[in-house]
Structure formats: structure tokens, C-alpha cells
Design a binder for this molecule. Structure first.
Ligand SMILES: NC(=O)c1ccc[n+]([C@@H]2O[C@H](COP(=O)([O-])OP(=O)(O)OC[C@H]3O[C@@H](n4cnc5c(N)ncnc54)[C@H](OP(=O)(O)O)[C@@H]3O)[C@@H](O)[C@H]2O)c1
Length: 332
């Protein structure tokens, strides 16, 4: 079988194609024939040599090719995705979860076959293609967790999504299905048009309006937003805080796609009286709930582009360019 590993060349040039025998599942394990993977921000390497030699990529969809002894959850032929965290079944985030991250702490999914424990997979419905299903484990589950939590988003709430990457587009789609009003930010008018088509009530260009919280407040009749799906990080956190509904807003703290290293003034944090909640993608139970929700609401993932297995470096370059809207997929 073919697979990619990170070699010693810096950045995306470090992707190396390898051959090895197809692994066999042991007791409690299944062999997955990988049919598609999707890329996330965290999969794109820094422009320096990798030190890991790991198989990249956290998200995959495929078909069960063989099962080991004692496997009861799946049968040969079943269609599945992986749970982002191989060992987090449900309940609160276990600190050890990051020790098993696909592509960062253990081999990931950019491989024709992968053996995993049966408990690390989730069944997918026939309504989703492998390419669509492969977009779910990280970005969609993160969006689902960001809109859930102790105070779940409900009809009539205002939700702010930042940019048009994988997490933000899923958050837009899910928030709309929950009945929320969505305000989005983005960098280009072309992407703004697409965000409007996907259901954003208002779109603000954050390049034209560096203090975009003013536009967000105006678009919500000065009410502000009940949830920020915060993927921008230091570049956006101050404007996100200034966009919150007073005393009832929450920032779902997710990422740092905008770069930078801004300090937050105490009064900017205290003023809105909101909540900040850290997100670590989600558990297998969250993934199962998400799949059921998307199916019930006929929500289809927004795919930016699909590349062949041999075009993997081009797929990584597409994500790195920031020109994408939604998910970049590699089909096997
Ligand atoms: N904690 C978690 O559980 C978790 C899970 C998933 C992802 N993340 C993190 O979340 C972030 C997004 O991940 P992703 O996979 O969705 O990324 P992605 O698909 O690569 O999308 C990144 C997008 O961020 C937007 N962006 C960049 N700078 C921005 C700014 N200043 N303001 C608003 N938007 C900006 C751009 O959208 P436009 O071109 O439209 O401006 C860009 O397309 C990353 O930092 C990732 O590591 C964290």
C-alpha cells in the first residue's frame, strides 16, 4: 500500500511517498480502506524540516476491509469516519487525548489503509459521500462543540463566525439550522457573496473594517452576539470581545488562524461580562451527535476542492494559500 510520511525537507516539500505491507487487524481492531481525507489548518507544516516522520492528517472516511477477533461494533463493508481523538469516547476532555493526536503524536490517515481500535470510529449514513464524510472529524465536530456546551445556541441567538475556513463554514451551517442569526467576517468580496448564499445575515470585510465589532454590533441592533466561534486568535480576540452581547455572550476559544500575539487589556475582558470556553474538538459521542444532526437537517459539507492521492502536496498548498472556502479534500 501507498502512504505519505513527513521527510526532512522543510514544509510541504517534506511530504514523501512510501510503500509498506497492508497491516492486519489484531483483537478488537479493524482495517479501514481509506477513501478520502480532509485537511485542517493544523495539518499544514511550518516552513522548517519535520522532526516526526509521521503519516500526516487527522481526518478520514473509508470502508471496513477486515475485522479482528472480538470486534462487535462494525462489519466488513461498513462506511465510517474516525473520531478526531482516538480514545475520548464521551464526558469531559481527558488531558491524555493530545498524546494520541493523528498526524502529530501517532500516524495519521494519509495512507491507503489504516488499522485502528473499533472504538475509534463512527458510522456514516449513505447520504454522505466519502469525500463529504471525511470533512467531519475535526472541523465539523469543533463547530458543533463551539455552538453547544453548557449554554447551547438556540433559535433567535446571534452567532459570529470568523473567516471562511473549515470550522467557520460548518459553524455557519449548524447555527442557521439551530435558528440563529449569523454574522460572518471575511477578507474578500467574493467570499462574502458565498457566505451570504450560505445563510449569513450580514458579512463584514475585516480588512476594510479593522474595528469590525462596530459593524457586528450595528448588524445586531447593538445587541451583540451570544457566541463567537473564535478561530482567529490574537488577531481577532479583542474585536470578538467587543462584539459580545453584554453579560450573556460566550467566546468559544478555538484557534489562531490570524496569527499575531496581541495582549488583552483587563477591562476589555471584564467589560462585556462574558464567558470564555476552550474547545478541544470533541469526543466520539459529540461526533455521533453531529452526524445525526447533519443527517436530520440535510446539511451537506461545503467542499472547496478535491485532489487525487498523488496530488497531496498541491492539496496542502491550496489550504496554505488561504484562498479556500470550506474544506480541502484528498480522494483515494
Ligand atoms: N481547538 C480546536 O478544537 C480546534 C479545532 C479545529 C481548528 N482549530 C484551529 O482553528 C483555526 C481554524 O482552523 P480551520 O481548519 O478552520 O482553518 P482553515 O480552513 O485553514 O481556515 C482559516 C481561515 O481563517 C480565516 N482568517 C485568517 N485570518 C483571519 C482574521 N484575521 N480574521 C478572520 N478570519 C481570518 C481565513 O478566512 P477568510 O479568507 O475568509 O478571511 C482562512 O480561510 C486554526 O487556528 C486551527 O488550528 C482548533
Amino acid at each position: 500500500m501507498k502512504l505519505y510520511r513527513w521527510g526532512t525537507a522543510p514544509g510541504i516539500a517534506g511530504l514523501e511517498l512510501h510503500q509498506r505491507d497492508v497491516p492486519q487487524p489484531q483483537r478488537g481492531e479493524v482495517l479501514v480502506k481509506v477513501r478520502a481525507v480532509s485537511l485542517n489548518f493544523r495539518d499544514v507544516p511550518a516552513d522548517k524540516p519535520s522532526t516526526s516522520s509521521l503519516v500526516p492528517v487527522s481526518d478520514a472516511a473509508g470502508q471496513i476491509e477486515a475485522v479482528g477477533e472480538g470486534v462487535t461494533r462494525f462489519r466488513t463493508g461498513d462506511r465510517v469516519i474516525n473520531a478526531y481523538h482516538a480514545d475520548w469516547i464521551g464526558g469531559p476532555y481527558p488531558a491524555r487525548a493530545k498524546l494520541l493526536g493523528y498526524g502529530v503524536a501517532q500516524d495519521g490517515w494519509l495512507s491507503e489503509y489504516r488499522v485502528v481500535p473499533q472504538h475509534a470510529l463512527v458510522a456514516i449514513p449513505g447520504s454522505l459521500s466519502f469525500e463529504q464524510a471525511a470533512t467531519l472529524p475535526c472541523a465539523a465536530v469543533t463547530a458543533w462543540a463551539a455552538l453547544g456546551g453548557p449554554t447551547r445556541i438556540k433559535a433567535g441567538d446571534n452567532v459570529l463566525v470568523l473567516g471562511s475556513g473549515g470550522v467557520s463554514i460548518f459553524a455557519l451551517q449548524i447555527a442557521r439550522a439551530l435558528g440563529a442569526t449569523v454574522v460572518a467576517t471575511t477578507s474578500t468580496s467574493k467570499k462574502a457573496d458565498r457566505l451570504g448564499e450560505l445563510g449569513a445575515a450580514a458579512v463584514v470585510n475585516y480588512r476594510d473594517h479593522p474595528e469590525w465589532s462596530k459593524q457586528v454590533r450595528a448588524e445586531t441592533n447593538d445587541e451583540g452576539v451570544h457566541r463567537v466561534v473564535e478561530v482567529g486568535g490574537p488577531a481577532t480576540i479583542r474585536q470578538s470581545l467587543a462584539s459580545l452581547a453584554r453579560r450573556s455572550g460566550e467566546i468559544a476559544l478555538i484557534g489562531f488562524a490570524g496569527g499575531g500575539s496581541a495582549a488583552i487589556d483587563f477591562w476589555e475582558l471584564m467589560g462585556p461580562g462574558g464567558t470564555v470556553r476552550w474547545i478541544g474538538v470533541g469526543s466520539r459521542t459529540d461526533t455521533e451527535d453531529l452526524v445525526a444532526f447533519l443527517t436530520a437537517h440535510h446539511i451537506m459539507p461545503v467542499i472547496d476542492s478535491v485532489f487525487g492521492f498523488d496530488e497531496a502536496p498541491t492539496a496542502f498548498a491550496r489550504l496554505k494559500s488561504g484562498q479556500h472556502l470550506g474544506k480541502v479534500v484528498i480522494s483515494l
